[in-house]
Each structure stands twice: as C-alpha cells, then as structure tokens.
Design a protein around this ligand. Structure first.
Ligand SMILES: [Zn+2]
Length: 431
C-alpha cells in the first residue's frame, strides 16, 4: 500500500538467535492483565512497565544506537518502531478465553513517560538503551497487540490489519472512526480507510470470514499528507484516466475547486490486491432469532470520490483523531462542543441522505452500502451531496464570488478498460 516506503526489516541483532531478525524475550513479571488486577487503578503504569521491561531485555541483542540515523538521542517513528505481541488475546475481539489463552490486552499505539513513573509503577518510564531513548512521549511510540483475537466466534492469530492501523499511528496517521457515536450515519469512511474500519478488511477464502486478514488502503488524503503518494492535479475540464490502486501506475486524481483548501480526490479501487477484502453489510437475523449483520465481499469495484477539506482537518486534528467527535485537545480530552465532518469524506454513490448523513435504507448498514462505486455510464454531480457540518451543497464553504447555487462539479464515467482496470472520466466544473 505504501509503495515500498514503509517496510519490515529483520532487526539488527547481535549474537545468535533462534530465528534471525526476530526476538523472543521472557519477562520475570506477570502478564499486564494480571498485574492490573493486582494493582487497581494502575493499568497504564503496568502496561508501560511491561513494554519498558521487554525493551530492556531486548537490549542484550539489539544495538539501538544503530537506528538513530539523525543522531537525535532517541528513536523516532521514522527510524524504528517497536511492535510488541503480548501473549494472550486482544480485548477488542471480546473477553472470552480459551485453553491456554487467559489474559488480554488492548491493541494500541502510545508512548512511555519520559522522566517519571506513571501511576507510581516503578520501571515504567521510557528506557535509555545504548545511549538512545525508546518510545518516549513526543519522540517515538510503541505499538502493541494481543497474540490472538476472537473473530467470527473463533480465535485467530491476530491479523495484519490491526498491526497496520496501529503502526500507522506511529508515523502520524489519524483515526477516522466514530469515538462517541452521537449522530447516526455521521459521514465516516468505514472500510475505505485503514484508519476507519479498513483494518477489518475480510479474507473470504473457503467461505470463512476472517476480518482483518486483508486490510484496506489508507484514505487518499492521508496517503498524500504522509508522503506515500502524490496527486495528479486536474485544473482544467477534460478527460482523465484513473488507474487502479493496486496497479504499478496507480494514481490519485485531484480536482481543484474555487476554494484551494477544498478539493475532490478520485481513486480507483478494483477488486484486486488489498481491495479484495472490502465488503458490504446487511441487517439480518441469525438462527437463534437474534439481530445480526451479514457481510459479503464486493464482486466489482470502481471509483470512489472523496471530498477533502484541509481547513477542517487542520483545525480539528490536534492529535491523532479526526472523526467529528468534537474538538480534541492535545492532552487527549475533548470539549465535545463543536461537531465537524472529518474533512475526509468518501462520497459513496447513492450513499447519503438530504442532511449529508449516511443513508439508512433498512437493508444495508450505513457506511457499508450496497454499491458505493462509480463505473462506466454513471454520472457524479457534486450538488447532490450536502455537507453534514454546514448543510451546503458541493463544498463546505465558498470563497467570495462563488455560491452553492451556481457551483457544480460533474464527472462522467465514460470508459472502462477491462484488461487494466483503468477508468476514463470526463470532468466539467461550473463555477
Ligand atoms: Zn487508531
């Protein structure tokens, strides 16, 4: 997905290990779940202690100074990332246990206190090893997951999706899922961003659901912001080609509007590569008569159109969250007073109601529509889409001299090349 810009590499280990490049260390302390039960109210501290202790144990094998490429005295997310896989299960999948799987952790990305012991737990501060500080707040982070996760009522080794999402945080990606669920149908991208629910992309081989095994692409805006991809800018009306995200020549088309901070991004998600894991979801009833959801992977892909508002993103994304849950402050608290759309809205075809909220048709779960893709023969009209935040058509705001009454972006989907997956579009703006 990153085009080779983010990669795993065997750790630079000193001496002999059983598996070259992989470290297994045993700590002389209980599982953090056990410790948290024994020390109520100190669960952050005990979690940090386990991380710091694992790093100290690894120090014997790893020359951490080797990774401090800029000589800053600490390891940043661009230099070195720590992924800890704790024994046991991941709490997000439920708290059920199985034989040999008794304790759980929450998958997360975070950082260790630099100079004092949080919750008064000794040994929980960011360690300095080989002269460089690891996982310190404001400097780097850790990522941790449980070894197993319950999905579709059985334990699987924890899938790649969560690792991709959490490591995404460590290099600056923002969450795009709903934290407070205050408004039903808030326009979030769900499976269409790794930082929404895209970490749950599903492998349906053998008709077994394995959510998380085929994680989804990051949304195009954060790909651009993090330097993973560049855009091809469309500043004039005309015909352009959208190449599939999984192709060598993948592109993101950017349609510039009268507001330089608001624009539309075009991406082509054919059902190849990671995109194969994307699915729709229906309301249903299981054999016990209980309400449930049924998932089905899409058989045919197409174009997804995104409405980006950089002003919204930059105003509200003070920390790693961009989900419309109010104003988030640097300390992680929310004022909860002002609601905003994420600034990164996937305009699913036929997916919205007249208030700019995800449509609930009673059959498909909002955010998991029947068919969100534009294909040959379809036409996109921006004034059929209303901003959930400002209730204006097409854009959230208009510079002087422009208005929602006169402005319109029309995109016709004129051709499809079955061999390459390329889609030809015709762009026309009325300003
Ligand atoms: Zn997250």
């Amino acid at each position: 997905m990153s085009g080779g810009k983010i990669y795993f590499e065997p750790v630079h280990v000193m001496g002999e290990t059983e598996t070259p490049g992989v470290l297994e260390v045993v700590l002389d302390i209980p599982h953090p779940n056990r410790m948290a039960m024994d020390m109520p109210g100190k669960n952050h501290g005990v979690a940090f202690k386990c991380i710091a202790e694992a790093l100290r144990k690894a120090d014997e094998y790893v020359d951490f100074a080797y990774y401090d490429k800029d000589g800053g005295g600490y390891l940043s997310g661009d230099e070195f990332n720590v992924l800890l896989i704790h024994a046991g299960y991941d709490v997000v999948g439920g708290k059920e246990t199985a034989k040999g799987i008794h304790w759980g952790v929450y998958a997360n990305c975070g950082a260790l206190p630099e100079d004092e012991n949080e919750d008064g737990v000794e040994g929980s501060m960011a360690p300095i090893l080989d002269g460089v500080q690891l996982c310190a707040r404001g400097k780097g982070c850790y990522t941790l997951i449980g070894e197993y996760r319950m999905t579709e009522n059985q334990f699987f080794p924890h899938a790649l999706g969560t690792i991709a999402h959490e490591l995404g945080h460590s290099i600056g990606f923002h969450d795009l899922y709903d934290y407070d669920k205050q408004v039903e149908g808030w326009p979030l991208p769900y499976l269409f961003s790794l930082m929404g629910h895209g970490n749950y992309g599903n492998d349906e081989a053998d008709n077994i659901y394995r959510r998380g095994f085929v994680p989804q692409h990051l949304d195009p805006f954060q790909k651009i912001r993090s330097g993973i991809m560049d855009t091809e800018d469309i500043t004039a009306d005309g015909e352009y080609i959208s190449h599939p995200l999984s192709a060598e020549n993948a592109n993101i088309l950017k349609i510039v509007t009268p507001d330089p901070k608001e624009y539309f991004l075009i991406e082509n998600r054919q059902m190849t590569g990671f995109c194969k894991g994307i699915y729709r979801k229906t309301f249903g009833v299981n054999e016990k008569g209980e309400d449930c959801h049924f998932c089905e992977n899409y058989k045919e892909g197409g174009v997804i159109i995104w409405h980006i508002d950089e002003d919204i993103f930059d105003t509200y994304s003070v920390i790693k969250r961009t989900n419309g849950s109010g104003t988030w402050l640097p300390d992680g608290e929310t004022e909860g007073t002002e609601r905003h759309d994420p600034g990164i809205v996937a305009l699913f075809k036929n997916g919205f109601d007249e208030n700019g909220l995800l449509k609930n048709d009673g059959v498909f779960v909002p955010g998991y529509p029947e068919d969100p893709f534009y294909r040959k023969g379809d036409v996109f009209n921006s004034n059929e889409f209303v901003s959930a935040a400002t209730h204006t058509k097409s854009l959230n705001s208009f510079p002087e001299g422009y208005s929602q009454e006169t402005y319109n972006l029309k995109i016709e989907f004129v051709d499809f090349d079955e061999a390459t997956g390329d889609i030809k579009i015709r762009v026309a703006q009325t300003k």
